[in-house]
Design a protein around this ligand. Structure first.
Ligand code: SF4
Ligand code: SF4
Length: 86
């Protein structure tokens, strides 16, 4: 009964703790990209995210799935992928 007043956790793009434990990678809709380069400029791993999007090669062993590029893209080009069964 003590849990009745507990606040529900809202899952948002910025709730990276949730995604860190469940996301398996990134995917992109490259045709929506406007080449603003925000994703590349903001990536903490200095990855050329724009090039990854344009080449549709979102797998990168250095990507830490931090969601910075997802949050920064005004065109919602980049999204997480998830393992089957989750
Ligand atoms: S932030 Fe989005 S629109 Fe801008 S270059 Fe990256 S993927 Fe393209
Ligand atoms: S999720 Fe983070 S590390 Fe991976 S490409 Fe996007 S900004 Fe870079």
């Amino acid at each position: 009964m003590g849990d009745q007043n507990a606040k529900k956790t809202k899952i948002t793009k910025r709730n990276t703790a949730y995604y860190l434990f469940t996301a398996s990678g990134l995917k992109a809709e490259s045709k929506k990209c406007i080449d603003c380069m925000v994703c590349t400029k903001q990536c903490p791993m200095s990855l050329n995210v724009n090039a990854m999007v344009k080449e549709n090669k979102m797998e990168n062993s250095e990507c830490i799935l931090c969601a910075t590029c997802i949050d920064g893209c005004k065109k919602s080009v980049i999204k997480f992928t998830f393992n089957k069964g989750i």
